[in-house]
Design a binder for this molecule. Structure first.
Ligand code: THU
Length: 136
């Protein structure tokens, strides 16, 4: 798997920190920001958007995927290549289980996910993931 320049990871982490500033997290006080590099060169971002009905909270990854789908060129929504996420604590925030599945749809097993100690492919965090290829 090709490695990404460390400058790209720095750019993604910075974009994730900026997105974290835009989070709406009045209930958990746990703002999260996410950023990803798309195969067409875009950087898409997302922030968590909480709700008084706590269970319907949107993770930062959800709004990032909205950004991906909404800002792609007609006929090419783009594939995620590399993903970084930050919460209020130092270091990388690894996506929750549901978001691993959501990311799998748009990045697949090879999506590189930022992790303290070095990026890992999504297949490491979600082995044998279920995706569009499993459907007829
Ligand atoms: N959160 C995310 O945005 N992404 C994750 O992958 C984990 C959790 C958010 C949801 C909620 O607003 C807050 O972090 C605390 O769980």
């Amino acid at each position: 798997m090709p490695e990404l320049d460390e400058r790209v990871w720095d750019q993604l982490r910075q974009a994730a920190r900026a997105a974290r500033e835009l989070a709406y997290a009045p209930y958990s006080h746990h703002p999260v920001g996410a950023a990803a590099l798309v195969d067409d060169g875009r950087i898409v971002t997302g922030s968590n958007v909480e709700n008084a009905s706590i269970g319907v909270t949107l993770c930062a990854e959800c709004s990032l995927l909205g950004d991906l789908v909404r800002t792609g060129a007609p006929g090419h929504r783009g594939r995620l290549i590399a993903f970084a996420c930050v919460g209020p604590n130092p270091g990388a925030l690894l996506p929750c289980g549901r978001c691993r599945q959501l990311l799998f749809e748009h990045g697949g097993a090879d999506l590189l996910v930022d992790r303290d100690g070095g990026p890992v492919p999504l297949s490491f965090l979600l082995p044998d993931g279920f995706g569009p290829d499993q459907l007829p």
